[in-house]
Write a protein that binds this ligand. Structure first.
Ligand code: A2P
Length: 270
């Protein structure tokens, strides 16, 4: 199943997050994910696993065009020239001829010009057809507004931390209005959602796991989840979310949950 980005590119609706998985563990993780049918892999230069991902993809013999790969430029490589260099290094490490989606990993809060210059590099890569789509990560509404005011090509995606208790409503609503697809990193709150009593109660009602509820809740909110797992059974479980629908009252309940776990960041700060 796919979502269509504003430039017509189709992106699979569940991606595999890969941060903190490196080396041979990563090669095995990607190999198993591809065997299970995952076709959307989310990485970043900062994850230091692009070589492992590239090697697993190559060994899989799956046609390149069937796999959707995202990477990101890290904070220390921002600016026009550095971004192009960082992109080329990602491309080389992944052993690919193009990347499907390339993102600015984090905004610089105090340097809007650096965000704009970096965006211009992404526009160049897009025009040169080295990427099929470009976007942002961890950009909140006020960061996005500056890019939109200064861009030639509008971002197609914004990837933010998103899970029960952290819905970033203002940013989500803004993205919907601008037809920017939101992706969720840590859709399971880094695994810290899973013992929550309210979510356990809802999961029981649908005969599903809390992880499956979190993933389906993202999808029903129009958000593309990127759950991370290095465990075969859990990777499988995280894809089995298309045989049930969360009822509106449960969606509303989860949408209104207060922040209780997830990243160590204060969600109320930018
Ligand atoms: P593991 O790799 O052992 O499966 P997030 O995607 O929010 O960052 O969460 C990732 C964490 O959640 C990882 O620690 C992962 O551990 C765990 N996890 C992923 N899928 C499941 C699942 N279906 N059930 C329980 N834990 C899960």
């Amino acid at each position: 199943m796919y979502v269509e980005l504003k430039n017509g590119v189709n992106m699979p609706v569940i991606g595999l997050g890969t941060s903190l998985v490196e080396g041979q563990d990563c090669v095995l993780n990607i190999k198993q994910a591809l065997q299970l049918g995952y076709r959307h892999i989310d990485t970043a230069s900062a994850y230091k696993n692009e070589k492992s991902i590239g090697s697993a993809i190559k060994k899989s013999n799956i046609p390149r065009e069937e796999i959707f790969i995202t990477s990101k430029v890290w904070k220390d490589s921002m600016g026009y020239e550095n971004t192009i260099k960082s992109f080329n290094k990602s491309l080389e490490d992944l052993e690919l001829e193009y990347i499907d989606l390339f993102l600015i990993h984090w905004p610089r809060n105090n340097d809007k010009n650096l965000n704009i210059e970096t965006w211009k590099a992404l526009e160049t890569l897009y025009k040169e057809k080295k990427v099929r789509a470009i976007g942002l990560s961890n950009f909140l509404k006020h960061h996005l507004e500056i890019i939109l005011e200064n861009c030639e090509i509008e971002p197609m995606v914004d990837q933010i931390e998103f899970h029960p208790g952290l819905t970033r409503k203002e940013t989500l609503d803004f993205c919907k209005q601008k037809n920017i697809i939101v992706e969720a990193w840590a859709p399971l709150g880094k695994g810290k959602m899973l013992q929550n009593e309210d979510l356990l109660r809802i999961a029981q009602k649908y005969n599903k796991s809390v992880a499956q509820i979190c993933i389906k809740w993202c999808l029903q909110n129009g958000v593309i989840p990127l759950p991370k797992s290095t465990n075969l059974n859990r990777m499988k479980e995280n894809k089995e979310v298309f045989d049930f629908t969360i009822e509106p009252e449960d969606m509303e309940f989860i949408n209104n949950m207060k922040f209780f776990a997830g990243s160590d960041m204060d969600p109320n700060k930018s």
